[in-house]
Design a protein around this ligand. Structure first.
Ligand code: PRP
Length: 178
């Protein structure tokens, strides 16, 4: 399926599922190299990161835990600039090595807001793993520890990412054509 339509917009296939899986396997091994002597807590940022988090978690070969929070800041294709916490932390993270799992860092508003919030909970360490990064769109100075792929500033859907709630279920990633 090379082209798809979601609501009023057209998209074409951009990153195939197989490439996404390769990138995630490599990232899982790198993270494990760094956390061999720890039991990290992966923190998946819902909704977008649920597929990435599931695949990364499956490929992680060491002892680890996972938890979920739900943040939202987008309406349509644009950030509102305001990050809403829809579901918060359900786990004590004091003293833990936390690895935030994001599907995409675009402006960086969501991740910098979250990293800031988490530091108040006294974790031992916080690192960020993102499947995708749009370097041209980044507005915040933030250290990204694990980046799967850098991509241009196109609006994308699929593999967990949405356009107004739709398109998350596609296994490949699609970019907008109009
Ligand atoms: C998306 C994505 C990231 C964030 C990245 O979430 O999942 O969390 O935007 O954009 P930023 O770097 O410009 O902040 P969204 O707010 O669309 O919620 P969703 O994950 O439920 O789709």
């Amino acid at each position: 399926m090379g082209k798809i339509r979601i609501l009023d917009k057209e998209f074409e296939k951009n990153i195939p599922f197989e490439r996404i899986q390769e990138v995630i396997e490599t990232m899982a091994s790198k993270i494990h190299e760094d956390y061999k002597n720890s039991r990290p807590l992966f923190l998946c940022v819902l909704n977008g990161a649920f597929m990435f988090a599931a695949d990364l978690f499956k490929h992680y070969p060491g002892h680890c835990e996972i938890s979920f929070i739900k943040l939202s800041s987008y309406a349509g294709t644009q950030t509102t600039g305001e990050v809403k916490t829809l579901i918060g932390l359900d786990k004590e993270i004091e003293g833990r090595d936390v690895i935030i799992l994001e599907d995409i860092v675009d402006t960086g508003i969501t991740i910098s807001h979250l990293a800031n919030d988490l530091s108040a909970c006294k974790p031992e360490s916080v690192r960020i793993a993102t499947l995708l990064l749009k370097p041209e769109s980044l507005r915040k100075e933030i250290r990204l520890d694990y980046v799967g792929m850098e991509i241009p500033n196109d609006f994308i859907v699929g593999y967990g990412l949405d356009y107004n709630g739709f398109g998350r279920n596609f296994r490949d990633i699609y970019k907008i054509t109009e």
